[in-house]
Ligand binder design. Structure first.
Ligand SMILES: Nc1ccn([C@H]2C[C@H](O)[C@@H](COP(=O)(O)O)O2)c(=O)n1
Ligand code: ZN
Length: 161
């Protein structure tokens, strides 16, 4: 017989949007760190997504993925957070929330603040002791952007594609 009550084991908003950010990060070609971001409106609508990679027209096969040396990936990579902001074509991101798999660097923090994003939910903070992240937190706090760590629920989501 068909069920008449709603199912209760559906994913939460946080699981949904962090899941989308994680899925987005899986598009990254960076061999060392893949980062994904998902920007969401106050009405729980997804506005934009991004992942770290080279700018359009800069080939993933020609530009360097190395972390060291004179010519390295840091000169060329656009961070996931900035890509998510730049990918948005709908107007203002004022009041939006960003879900991101890794805490934003200082440069992305500037873009987040200037875009009017008011809340940040991050999964990982592996560079928390770097000056970039320390400066990022200082600016975000000063600008009134709330940030909190994503609380893992332990739910496993499997997909066969
Ligand atoms: N919040 C962040 C931090 C870093 N990224 C990007 C930039 C690079 O592609 C990669 C970090 O590489 P690593 O130094 O760990 O080899 O992640 C980002 O998109 N967002
Ligand atoms: Zn950044």
């Amino acid at each position: 017989m068909a069920e008449t009550t709603k199912r209760e084991d559906y994913i939460s908003w946080d699981e949904y949007f962090m899941g989308v950010a994680m899925l987005s990060g899986m598009r990254s070609k960076d061999p060392n760190t893949q980062v994904g971001a998902c920007i969401v409106s106050s009405e729980h609508k997804i506005l934009s997504m991004g992942y770290n990679g080279f700018p359009t027209g800069c080939s993933d096969d020609e530009f360097p993925w190395t972390r060291e040396g004179d010519d390295n990936k840091y000169f060329y990579t656009t961070h996931s957070e900035l890509n998510a902001i730049l990918n948005y074509r709908g107007g203002s991101l004022e009041g939006a929330t960003m879900y991101v798999t890794l805490f934003p660097c200082n440069e992305c923090a500037k873009a987040i603040i200037q875009a009017g994003i008011k809340e940040l939910i991050y999964a990982d903070d592996k560079y928390e002791h770097t000056m970039s992240v320390i400066a990022s937190k200082r600016m975000l706090k000063s600008a009134g952007v709330k940030f909190k760590r994503y609380e893992y629920t332990g739910r496993r989501i499997e997909m066969t594609l």
